[in-house]
Design a protein around this ligand. Structure first.
Ligand SMILES: NC(=O)c1ccc[n+]([C@@H]2O[C@H](COP(=O)([O-])OP(=O)(O)OC[C@H]3O[C@@H](n4cnc5c(N)ncnc54)[C@H](O)[C@@H]3O)[C@@H](O)[C@H]2O)c1
Length: 456
């Protein structure tokens, strides 16, 4: 490490922004490799997602996971067993309190933090990490307020620290193939796009032979993993709570914050029945269960329409509390045709039979993205069909070079903002609400180079 940051960290992360000049100097160095030639990585939140990130880091020869902050003994023990599996040096554990991550940032020499905690902690942790001059990877979610989004932007600009928003679906194989096709103008000029998060999350079931939970009926303190914290958002909030798996890939296809931007959205929410019925009908629930009287605020289907400055329309679906198969519901439509993922089909005028769908598979193969062609073998065994390999590779390589991430703090703020904006729109009877321009006008000059080089 080039300098000892502990003095800075003490005052910056724990007590505010007093040492910004020193931290900025640290953040501006051109590469971030530790003395031993590897990145020192810290994991903030080592639940199931954090453990997947630990596993991917430990598979690489350029990362040491040196520290973990978490507050759950079982999750810490599960994480430690990954180090045994990989025969890697055990990390330092910070677990004394929900704020133990601050002590970690103060005491450890970290090059990269990966934040995989519950949503409520993402921005606090990201801001502390950026204040500490550390390259910061932050897991996906929706935001809580526009103020929170601005705080992320302001912190990154003030400190010079990069925020990499870890939207893995941008690396999905079919998504990258379709992006390739979009860039080759196969669909013509794009007109309309759809995506979202459509995943039955009612029962957060888990059974690994050692531990078995079915925490769909029980949640909060009685729940396990995401049921401990995620279900509660359905009690108190009504909006698109998880927009980024849909909007991230769409943003790459229409250059959002790079020549194009989101102008306004309007959201509509349906009635809420799914979670209540689930509790009533479940063998562990029933009419007399204490959760049977809870009134869930989140509409079972939240639909958000966005207008872009380039005159495209975008629809985002949020649908997590009804019985349904998983689908992110992508649709990419232009002057010459469209692709949809739910029926794995496309139609291209002049190529496809008139008025008929064609199976997309031969096109997806033909236009397979060069990154997948080159790195397919490396991605075997990585989470979510391999796309998590590409995400981790991109994060690590951008961190090593201290480079601007493909999904940066402006994208994070814009995508996170969809949640509070959709909540506001719904509360106003689906009134349109405007997106702030988090780039402060720089969207007109920025260029989209996602997935155009070997670091992605
Ligand atoms: N991109 C994806 O495909 C994907 C998939 C799953 C989860 N996620 C995201 O990853 C994040 C974590 O999800 P998960 O499924 O691992 O949940 P989880 O509940 O399994 O893990 C969260 C962990 O954070 C810990 N934690 C809570 N408060 C903390 C604090 N103050 N300091 C340190 N640790 C704390 C918990 O003890 C737990 O171990 C969420 O934001 C979720 O949306 C993303």
């Amino acid at each position: 490490m080039e300098m000892n940051r502990r003095g800075f960290l003490h005052s910056a992360a724990l007590a505010g922004t007093g040492s910004m000049i020193g931290l900025k100097k640290y953040a501006e160095r051109s590469t971030r490799i530790s003395k031993n030639g590897k990145l020192n990585v810290a994991i903030l939140g080592s639940g199931f997602r954090g453990q997947s990130h630990i596993d991917l880091c430990l598979r690489r020869n350029d990362c040491d996971v040196v520290a973990i902050a978490d507050i759950d003994e079982e999750m810490i023990s599960r994480s430690q067993s990954l180090f045994q599996k990989h025969n890697s040096k055990m990390p330092k554990i910070y677990s004394d309190s929900p704020h133990a991550y601050l002590e970690l940032l103060q005491k450890e020499d970290i090059d990269l933090t990966i934040i995989a905690s519950p949503w409520r902690w993402h921005s606090d942790m990201a801001i502390a990490s950026m204040e500490a001059g550390v390259y910061t990877g932050m897991e996906v979610c929706g935001g809580f307020s526009l103020d929170e989004c601005w705080q992320l932007v302001n912190c990154s600009e003030r400190t010079g620290s990069h925020l990499y928003f870890m939207e893995n679906v941008c690396f999905r194989r079919d998504i990258l193939a379709v992006l390739n096709m979009v860039r080759k103008s196969m669909f013509g000029e794009l007109i309309h796009l759809e995506g979202g998060y459509q995943h039955d999350l009612r029962g957060v079931k888990f059974n690994d032979g050692k531990t078995a939970y079915n925490s769909g009926v029980e949640f909060g303190e009685m729940g396990f993993s995401e049921a401990k914290w995620r279900t509660k958002h359905s009690v108190y909030r009504n909006g698109d709570l998880y927009p980024t798996h849909g909007v991230g890939p769409i943003a790459q296809m229409i250059d959002i914050n790079r020549g194009n931007r989101f102008m306004y959205l309007t959201s509509i929410s349906s009635k809420s029945r799914g979670l209540h019925n689930y509790i009533l009908d479940h063998p562990e629930g029933g009419n007399s269960h204490k959760n049977a009287s809870i009134k869930f605020k989140l509409g079972d289907k939240v639909t958000t329409c966005i207008k872009t400055s380039n005159d495209e329309s975008v629809i985002l679906h949020h649908d997590t509390n009804l019985p349904r198969p998983y689908s992110l519901g992508f649709r990419v439509q232009g002057e010459k045709g469209l692709w949809m993922d739910v029926n794995q089909s496309l139609h291209i005028e002049g190529k496809s039979p008139s008025h008929r769908w064609e199976e997309a598979s031969s096109y997806l193969k033909k236009y397979d993205h060069p990154l997948w062609v080159k790195y397919e073998q490396n991605a075997i065994g990585a989470g979510h069909g391999g796309m998590d390999y590409f995400l981790m590779h991109s994060l690590v390589e951008h961190c090593k070079n201290n480079e601007e991430p493909p999904f940066d703090v402006y994208d994070a703020a814009t995508w996170l903002a969809i949640t509070p904006l959709s909540e506001e729109s719904i509360s106003l009877g689906s009134h349109p609400v405007s997106f702030p321009d988090f780039t402060r006008g720089r969207w007109t000059e920025r260029k989209n180079d996602f997935a155009l080089n070997d670091r992605y």
